[in-house]
Design a protein around this ligand. Structure first.
Ligand SMILES: Cc1cc2nc3c(=O)[nH]c(=O)nc-3n(C[C@H](O)[C@H](O)[C@H](O)COP(=O)(O)OP(=O)(O)OC[C@H]3O[C@@H](n4cnc5c(N)ncnc54)[C@H](O)[C@@H]3O)c2cc1C
Length: 390
C-alpha cells in the first residue's frame, strides 16, 4: 500500500477500539457509502484480548455470533440478603475483545476502500473545509469528517461542575480446587465485601463450577494499589471456600464515571465517539450497548445531516446519572444501599431497561422512588439551584 501521508479520506477514525471499529463496521455496510475512503488510525494493532465486554440483550441479537457465554440469571448480594434475578427476556452476554477485533478487522480488511495506519494521533484540527490529523510518525493526513475516540482525563479534572468518579477494577480468571461457582448465575454485584467508606463489590462471571472471572470493583475517586485489589480477590475466594486456585489470566480497567459534557468538544467535522463522546453510561461504566445504539443513530444522522455539533441530544437519563454521581461523590459508601434498593423493589427486566435508557417516564419515577430519598432530594435541589435544568 502506498504511504498514507498527505492523502485525503472521506472519513478518518482516530482510535480503533470498540467505538471506532463498530462505527467502521457499520459505515462499510451503509448503503451509498461503498465508495467512501475510510482511514482507521490506532497506536495499537488490536490483536490482544485486552478486555471482556458484557451487556444484556435479547438472545439472537446483532452480535450473537461473537457471544462466548451467556447467563439467564444473576445474583445480587448485599447486607439485605441474596437476590436471584431472572433476567428474561434478556440474557447477560459476554464477548471477548479479541473475537470482536478479529471479526471486525477481517471484515474491514477485505474492503478496498478501507485503510489502516498504526500510529499515534497527536492533533486533530478542524479547519472548516477539512480536518487535519497530525500523527507521530506518518506526517499529516486530511479527512472531510473525523470520528475520534481519543480522550484525556485532563479536561474533566480541570472543572468542578461535574464530579469525576471511576469504575476501577482488577479481575482474575481463576480455576479453583473446589466447585464453588454456579454457572447458571453470574454475580452482578456482591456487596458483601468490606466497603471501607466506598462503593465496593465483587463481579463474577462463572464459566463452570470451578472456573470464573472474579473482579474486585469500586466506584470511587481514587485508584487502589495493585495489591489491595489482589488481596480482596484472595479473601473473597477464601471466604467462599475455593480451596487452592490457579490464575489463568488477568484484566484491569479504569472507566470514567462522569456526567461531564464530552459532546461540547464536537465541531462541525469532528465527532467524539465511545468513552470520548460520553457514550459510557456515567452511573455504571457500561459502554458496549450504548455504543451500539449511538452508532446506529449516527448512521441515520449521516443520511440527512452534515454538522456534527447537531448530533448530541439532551436526555433525561443524563440528569439521573448526574444525580447518582452527585450522591456517590458526596457519600461514596451509599452505592450498596442505592443499588440494593433498586434491585429489591423493581423487576430485573425493568432495571436493566432503565440502565439502558429504554424506560418510560413513569418507570423512571418508580425506580428513582425506590432509592434512598434524602440524599437524592438534596442532590436534586442542589442541581436545581445551580440552574442545571436549563
Ligand atoms: C478491562 C475492561 C473491561 C470492560 N468491560 C466492559 C463491559 O463488560 N461492558 C461494557 O459495556 N463496557 C466495558 N468496559 C468499558 C468500555 O466498553 C471499554 O472501555 C471500551 O473499550 C470503550 O470503547 P472506546 O472505543 O471508547 O475506547 P477503546 O476501546 O479504549 O478504544 C480507544 C482506542 O484508541 C487508541 N488510542 C488511544 N490513544 C491514541 C492515540 N493518541 N493515537 C492513536 N490511537 C490511540 C487505543 O489504542 C484504543 O484502541 C470495559 C473496559 C475495560 C478497560
Amino acid at each position: 500500500m502506498k504511504s498514507i501521508a498527505n492523502q485525503h479520506f472521506d472519513f478518518a477514525i482516530a482510535g480503533s477500539g470498540l467505538a471506532g471499529l463498530m462505527l467502521a463496521y457499520k459505515l462499510i455496510q451503509k448503503q451509498g457509502f461503498g465508495d467512501k475512503r475510510i482511514l482507521l488510525i490506532d497506536g495499537s494493532t488490536k490483536d490482544k484480548n485486552d478486555r471482556t465486554w458484557c451487556f444484556w440483550q435479547k438472545p439472537d441479537s446483532r452480535w450473537s455470533a461473537l457471544v462466548k457465554q451467556q447467563w439467564n440469571g444473576a445474583f445480587f448480594k448485599s447486607d439485605r440478603g441474596l437476590l436471584r434475578l431472572n433476567l428474561s427476556p434478556f440474557t447477560y452476554q459476554m464477548i471477548q475483545a479479541s473475537d470482536f477485533y478479529h471479526h471486525v478487522l477481517s471484515t474491514l480488511q477485505a474492503q478496498s476502500n478501507v485503510f489502516f495506519l498504526t500510529d499515534l494521533v497527536q492533533k486533530i484540527d478542524d479547519r472548516g473545509n477539512q480536518v487535519k490529523i497530525s500523527t507521530k510518525a506518518s506526517g499529516v493526513v486530511t479527512a472531510t469528517k473525523v470520528f475520534s475516540s481519543l480522550w484525556s482525563a485532563d479536561d474533566i479534572k480541570k472543572q468542578q461542575q461535574f464530579p469525576y468518579l471511576k469504575q476501577h477494577f482488577k479481575g482474575w480468571f481463576v480455576r479453583t480446587e473446589n466447585p464453588i461457582f454456579d454457572p447458571d448465575f453470574m454475580t452482578f454485584m456482591d456487596f458483601s465485601v468490606p466497603q471501607n467508606g466506598n462503593t465496593r463489590f465483587m463481579y463474577v462471571l462463572p464459566f463452570s463450577p470451578q472456573e470464573a472471572l472474579v473482579e474486585y470493583t469500586l466506584f470511587s475517586e481514587d485508584l487502589l494499589t495493585a495489591s489491595e485489589y489482589e488481596t480482596a480477590i484472595q479473601s473473597y475466594l477464601k471466604k467462599n471456600k475455593s480451596g487452592k486456585f490457579e490464575i489463568l489470566e488477568k484484566e484491569q480497567g479504569d472507566i470514567p464515571m462522569t456526567a461531564f459534557p464530552f459532546h461540547q468538544k464536537n465541531t462541525q467535522n469532528v465527532l467524539y465517539i465511545g468513552t470520548a463522546g460520553g457514550w459510557t453510561k456515567a452511573s455504571t461504566g457500561f459502554t458496549f450497548s450504548k455504543t451500539d445504539r449511538e452508532t446506529d443513530k449516527l448512521m441515520s444522522f449521516l443520511d440527512t445531516q452534515n454538522d456534527f455539533t447537531h448530533f448530541y441530544r439532551k436526555s433525561r437519563f443524563n440528569f439521573y446519572d448526574l444525580l447518582i454521581l452527585d450522591v456517590l461523590h458526596k457519600n461514596n459508601a451509599l452505592g450498596s444501599e442505592i443499588f440494593s434498593a433498586i434491585f429489591q423493589k423493581n423487576k430485573p427486566e425493568k432495571v436493566l431497561r432503565f440502565l439502558d435508557e429504554q424506560t418510560t417516564l413513569w418507570e423512571d419515577f418508580q425506580i428513582i422512588w425506590s432509592c434512598p430519598k434524602r440524599p437524592f432530594i438534596q442532590a436534586f435541589w442542589k442541581r436545581l439551584g445551580s440552574g442545571m435544568f436549563a
